[in-house]
Design a protein around this ligand. Structure first.
Ligand code: P53
Length: 476
């Protein structure tokens, strides 16, 4: 008896913009992912003003899943997937985002994709907005700084809930909505919310305003989804990097608590339908006058999520410093390296125990079913001349995390719905735009410059994960 419940959702996760390609096919509009170039570890992706000639935009072709999904899904079925998490590219359904009528070719593509999944016994798990909002909403409306986006998003949600209600049961609204707590860098505000800042602009209140509109949009979407079909399960999606105090000095502990407040209040609003008092007090202290209406507050209480989906890759650590007497957390300056854990080649701290801690943290706070919808190891893989990839390091990473996940379920009693490792087939990295940062059980022949045959091959981890699923997590 492994402790994972019957029907545990073993599977894999991806996002439309990172694997589909076909960026101009079937009437698709330009998304924010289509104007981001390839970067590298320490080299940010460039956000260009529209699509410019001569630049490398890795998401335009990605791994061509748009044309190859039938074969790729067969490989997922071979591993025994019970579910497959992907997103619906908003720009396939509403190419510009502000149209009144959806694009039928885009809707048909996802009908075909979901039918194919279901034929193979794989349940689709769908994110509505995964770093791929229409670029037109950025240029015309300023992204989520504009309240009008609430209506556009809710319309999109209603269209897809209605269309796919009998094919898709599990949904999430905004992917990693809390990444934008890191608002000093350009990446998270742009990918989460389509925010481009003016030089010298006070970024923080703009981020809170955008997040507020998203949370209202999420709540209205949840409410609409329930009215369309009460059997839909609609969750939120949080990027969980638990923040530890570097030492047991009391102020380090307080600093870590404040940091957790600053990164995870989004979950409070999604789950409880209202803002935590610590954040309202913070707005007051900082003098942030946000547009939060009585109607918004009402909407938030009516659209609480059914479950918490979250990603887990790493933990963070922080410490108090003398120049920060109020112990305010700033994600670009407050993090320190944890001497007790190793790091990946991209500097991500590897901490399997942190997953058990995170599961317990969510469960203690919210008592809602949890779903680990991303976890994985971005690494450089070598394709041997015989076509194999010996990714033992990936197996080690995932096995260590699954062991901790099992302890959280069996020993700690956490209610866990499923586990979908990230990038179950190699795809374009969100953070860097690289192909070289690989997560998959399936190798895709393509490099950072876009060269390669796009051929797929099974890595060593492919057969390993197949056994994990077949044994319901017993054989690690
Ligand atoms: P990449 C930062 C921190 C944690 C998760 O990331 C993150 C990010 C953004 O880079 O993103 C999630 O590709 C995201 C996926 C993404 C995956 O983690 O930068 O939901 O779209 O690909 C891995 O290595």
């Amino acid at each position: 008896m492994s402790g994972f419940k019957a029907g545990f959702l073993w599977g894999g996760a991806v996002a439309a913009h990172q694997l589909e390609g076909g960026w101009q096919e079937g009437g698709k509009g330009i998304s924010v992912a289509d104007v981001m170039t390839a970067g590298a570890h320490g080299v940010p992706r460039e956000i260009t003003d529209g699509v410019l000639p001569g630049k490398n935009y890795p998401n335009h072709e990605a791994i061509d899943f748009y044309h190859r999904y039938k074969d790729d899904l067969k490989l997922f079925a071979e591993m025994g997937y019970k579910c497959f998490r992907t997103s619906i590219a908003w720009t396939r359904i509403f190419p510009k985002g502000d149209e009144h009528e959806p694009n039928e070719a885009g809707l048909q593509f996802y009908d075909d994709l979901f039918d194919e999944c279901l034929k193979l016994g794989i349940e689709p798990v769908i994110t509505l907005s995964h770093f791929e909002m229409p670029y037109h909403l950025v240029t015309e409306y300023g992204g989520w700084r504009n309240r009008k986006l609430i209506d556009f998003f809710v319309r999109f949600a209603q269209v897809v809930f209605t269309r796919y209600q009998h094919k898709v049961k599990y949904w999430m609204t905004f992917n990693e909505i809390n990444n934008q707590a890191n608002f000093h860098e350009d990446f998270a505000p742009f990918t989460n919310s389509g925010l481009k800042y003016q030089p010298g602009e006070d970024r923080e209140p703009v981020m809170y305003q955008a997040a507020h509109y998203e949370l209202v949009a999420s709540a209205l979407a949840v409410k609409a989804g329930r009215e369309i079909n009460p059997s839909l399960q609609i969750g939120c999606m949080i990027a969980m990097c638990p923040i530890y105090p570097l030492t047991c000095a009391p102020n380090d502990m307080m600093m870590a608590m404040n940091a957790m407040h600053r990164r995870y209040w989004f979950t409070d609003v999604h789950v409880r339908g209202k803002y935590p008092q610590h954040l309202l007090s913070y707005f007051e202290r900082r003098g942030f006058a946000l547009d939060i209406t009585e109607e918004d507050k009402q909407a938030l209480t009516q659209g609480c999520v059914d479950y918490i989906g979250f990603s887990y890759y790493m933990s963070f650590a922080t410490k108090a410093t003398d120049d920060n007497p109020q112990l305010d957390y700033d994600e670009t300056t407050s993090l320190v390296s944890n001497p007790y854990v190793q790091k990946s080649d991209w500097g991500w701290q590897i901490d399997p125990v942190g997953l058990r801690y995170s599961l317990n943290w969510f469960w203690d706070h919210y008592q809602l079913p949890l779903f680990i919808v991303e976890n994985g190891f971005g690494a450089i893989d070598v394709l041997e001349s015989d076509g194999t990839v010996n990714d033992q390091y990936r197996i080690d990473y995932l096995a260590a995390h699954i062991k901790e996940m099992k302890k959280a379920v069996v020993e700690d009693g956490v209610d866990l719905m499923g586990y979908t490792p990230w990038g179950c087939i190699d795809l374009v990295s969100a953070g860097t735009g690289e192909m070289k940062k690989r997560y998959g059980f399936i190798y895709v022949d393509k490099d950072n410059e876009g060269n390669g045959t796009l051929a797929r091959s099974r890595k060593k981890s492919f057969n390993w994960y197949k056994e994990v699923i077949a044994s319901n997590g017993e054989k690690l």
